[in-house]
Write a protein of this length. Sequence first.
Length: 105
Amino acid sequence: MNAASQTEVAKERLIKDFKNVVADTEDLLRATASQTGEKVANVRARVEEGLAVTKKQLADLEEGLVEKSKAAARATDELVQEHPWKAVGVAAAVGFLLGMLTSRR
């Protein structure tokens, strides 16, 4: 796995983790909705503010990741269109290697 694909996997994991944190924070805000007091109100306001900023950043990051993935898919498609026999050869080699690896036990 090359560095670029590792970075993409890390970004996807980060997005997933952020979504979990956002969901947990929303659950916490709903659970504490009945709590009153100035301190609780201030904390809730700060958390809601931070949550809104995090959601925006997460959406931007996810959008960028989708755009990069689409660009990579287009580049791959163009490469295969320009060099179909090379693509077939690479696919056959990868298939052969995977077959060798899975047949070894």
